[in-house]
Design a protein around this ligand. Structure first.
Ligand code: IPM
Ligand code: MG
Length: 728
């Protein structure tokens, strides 16, 4: 396959930092993309008198896309001073390289999307599309009014110091430039499911150029009747973008207004650290973060690389890899939302490389980006009248399929409550699973709330109605008019057919979150989730995981040991405290392993307290092995209980070992004396002289679990290595 050629131009300042940190993503993407590197920016200007050397133009012309870090732009005087002596006074002009690229490559549209990432606000999904070649950036920027124009450019202020002491700029608007821009804006809206295109301009002041542009805008808009087209003053748009960004779709604007609005929406999204851009219009597109080169921050490892990753995602989409693009975008959002690694601008202290590494990890580990929230709906659940089994059952199904359940929520039947909860979660998780409230009665409001948040109306579905009628008739239940509501679904919803119940479920996208709406009856909800939540392909194959179950050691101690011992590995550690175990899981990228010597260090550290390397409990392993064991203990009834439990997991046929165990102080003393908080002792032995003992903190009745597990551990060690005198 022909490889796509991407030219990387890191540029200046933090542009270099973010490129160095982010480029390893291309190894993980493993796409047919060939990277090459070129020079651009301030150092080229300083050394060669041009920020884009001829060789770089040549490289650009041979590329499919260009990825830019950031470039320093300075004013006229500073630029002149930065040149070596021999290049000064030649009247060389520093022209912003990005403007040169946009104008010379004919990249007339600057696409600057802004999505909701996190925070307590209504999710939004909008895009500023900025004209990129003309407007106030056309280059008509002059000092002094020439004589032949002094009759034309008149203003009372000019006369005060005379026409030489004047500077003036022209906002160029051409029919060609505006038509192609507006067309692009509507096509973008169509392609991205955005229903509104707003032209932000200033026709009340710029009367001619404003009216000219407005007429062209509405002319183009008439070809897109399904999209709302409106024009507003740019200052008002700025205000409403801050207050209600969720009400916008595409905002299209001339060059300067677009420059300002795109920084504003970047701020609404979280800052320039996350704002990407795509410059498109001809055969070669270029992609860059909206932020600049921030020279003072360069080399300090502080810059946020998220915007570059988001720009890479836009580039992947452009090059024909939309799935990779959206996975990368999800990975960036995941790292920010889960606070795995945050740079200073998001209130954290992670370095550029740490943030980049977290994003690459999140991308690699497919499950990381597959977050699920479960929302169960019903007053009866809140009041406790019904046991909410759906919450745990649906979570288990999702986890089993490789997803990560990050929220469990219960809310009332009120439309307002449901709407508010959905709005908070949409855009924040990859999947939102709702159950309950799809029935025919007045307290079943879920479909109304979902439609309201999705801004869609409910439409009647014949096929679902026939299903309802036939089910009710089969069960000899009269078909009631009230059932018709169960056949109403939001316009864009896909219906999830439910052969085991009356109410079909449905699914639709809200702010990038896939929402699955399921009926409340547990059997139906479980059936539908299992059927419609896809298995994550290769979820378990994409990583390599190690597990350890350790007993009798505090979680803190275990944590410190593992963090230190596994420090050099590229992995994620998870701890689960399940008395009397601390279960540790280390997840490594596929193909990565923990060295045998490290595994031996772990075994040595915990010795007999390392119960399994599979995540299983000792009692689970013993019960699987069906060992014939006779359990003997002192005559106390509590000990007898433990023996009974142990006998239940071992076999009482073909007995080949008797295990004796005793506990000091006696169990009844321990359990009845509530103030006893010291250590207790377990001593055990078999008939062959193998013995063991351990002291452990007394935790009331829980120590029975400890004793049971420890004795199973003893049995396992006996059968494995026939240990003698394992007394600690
Ligand atoms: C941007 C920047 C540029 C612009 C500068 C660096 C010339 O602010 O890409 O938004 O004004 O277009
Ligand atoms: Mg700008």
């Amino acid at each position: 396959m022909e490889k796509k050629k991407v030219l990387v131009l890191p540029g200046d300042g933090i542009g270099v930092d973010v490129c160095n940190a982010a480029l390893p993503i291309f190894d993980v993407l493993a796409l047919p993309i060939e990277l090459s590197f070129g020079d651009i920016g301030w150092s080229c200007w300083e050394n060669e008198g041009t920020p884009i050397p001829v060789r770089t133009w040549d490289q650009i012309s041979k590329s499919d896309a260009v990825l830019l870090g950031a470039i320093t732009s300075k004013g006229k005087d500073e630029a002149e001073k930065a040149l070596p002596k021999e290049l000064q006074n030649k009247n060389w002009q520093y022209v912003s390289p990005v403007i040169q690229l946009r104008q010379q490559l004919g990249l007339f549209a600057n696409i600057r999307p802004a999505h909701y990432i996190n925070g307590d606000r209504e999710p939004f999904d909008l895009c500023v599309i900025r004209e990129n070649t003309e407007g106030l950036y056309a280059g008509f920027d002059f000092k002094g009014i020439p004589e032949n124009l002094d009759n034309f450019l008149t203003h009372p202020n000019i006369g005060v110091y005379g026409p030489k002491e004047v500077a003036w700029s022209v906002r160029l608007q051409t029919k060609h430039g505006l038509s192609r821009l507006f067309k692009k804006a509507f096509i973008y809206a169509e392609d991205h499911g955005l229903k509104r295109v707003t032209f932000a301009d200033k026709p009340n002041v710029m009367r001619e150029s404003g009216k000219f542009a407005k007429d062209i805008f509405f002319d183009i808009a008439s070809n897109y009747p399904d999209i709302t087209a409106d024009i507003h003053n740019v200052d008002a748009v700025a205000l409403w973008l801050v207050k209600k960004p969720h009400e916008f779709g595409v905002i299209v604007a001339e060059n300067m207004f677009g420059d300002i609005l795109s920084d504003l929406v970047a701020g609404v999204m979280g800052g320039l650290g996350v704002a990407p851009s795509a410059n498109i219009g001809s055969d070669i597109a270029y992609f860059e973060p909206v932020h600049g080169s921030a020279p003072k921050m360069a080399g300090k490892g502080k810059a946020n690389p998220c915007a570059l990753f988001m720009s890479i995602a836009l580039m992947l989409d452009y090059l024909g890899y939309p799935d990779h693009a959206s996975r990368l975008e999800v990975a960036v959002k995941h790292v920010i939302k889960s606070r795995v690694a945050l740079s200073y601008d998001f209130g954290g202290d992670a370095t550029t490389v740490e943030v980049a590494k977290a994003i690459i990890d999140a991308y690699r580990n497919q499950t990381e980006g597959r977050t699920v929230a479960i929302l169960t709906i019903g007053d009866e659940l809140l009041s406790g009248k019904s046991i909410n089994t759906n919450l745990s059952d649906l979570s288990q199904i999702a986890e089993h399929k490789g997803y990560s359940v990050v929220r469990q929520i219960v809310c009332s039947d009120s439309v307002g409550d449901i709407e508010q909860t959905i709005s908070k979660l949409a855009g924040d998780v990859d999947y939102l699973v709702l159950s309950g409230g799809l029935g025919p009665t007045s307290d079943d409001r879920t479909r109304f709330a979902v439609a309201e948040v999705a801004k869609e109306s409910l439409v009647f579905n014949d096929c679902s109605w026939r299903h309802i009628e036939s089910r009710l008739t089969n069960f000899n239940v009269a078909v009631d008019e009230s059932n018709r509501v169960q056949a109403m679904f939001p316009e864009t919803a896909a219906i999830l057919s439910n052969p085991i119940g009356t109410a079909n479920g449905f699914s639709l996208n809200i702010y990038g979150t896939k929402v699955l709406v399921l009926p409340g009856p547990p059997a139906e909800a479980k059936y539908l989730l299992d059927k419609y939540l896809a298995e994550i392909v290769n979820a378990s194959n994409s990583t390599n995981s190690y597990k350890w179950s350790i007993m009798g050691v505090s979680e803190g101690e275990v944590g410190t040991f593992f963090e230190t011992t596994l420090k050099k590995y590229d992995l994620k550690l998870h701890y689960l405290w399940k008395y009397p175990y601390v279960q540790v899981e280390a997840i490594l990228p596929k193909g990565h392993t923990v060295a045998d010597s490290t595994l031996r260090t772990i075994r040595k550290e915990f010795g007999k307290l390392l119960i399994s390397e599979s995540g299983e409990k000792a009692s689970e392993i013993v019960s699987r092995q069906n060992l014939g064991i006779n359990w003997e203990s002192n005559s106390e009834s509590i000990s007898k209980n433990i023996s009974k439990e142990l006998s239940a997991i071992t076999s009482n046929k073909n007995i080949n070992t008797t295990i004796h165990f005793e506990i000091y102080p006696s169990l009844s003393e321990l359990l009845n004396n509530k103030i006893f908080t010291g250590d207790c002792w377990l001593v055990c032995h078999d008939d062959n002289g193998n013995k063991d003992s351990i002291s452990f903190p007394c935790r009331g009745s829980e120590i029975q679990v400890f004793i049971k597990e420890y004795l199973c551990n003893f049995v396992l060690r006996l059968s494995e290595s026939n240990i003698k005198d394992a007394v600690c």
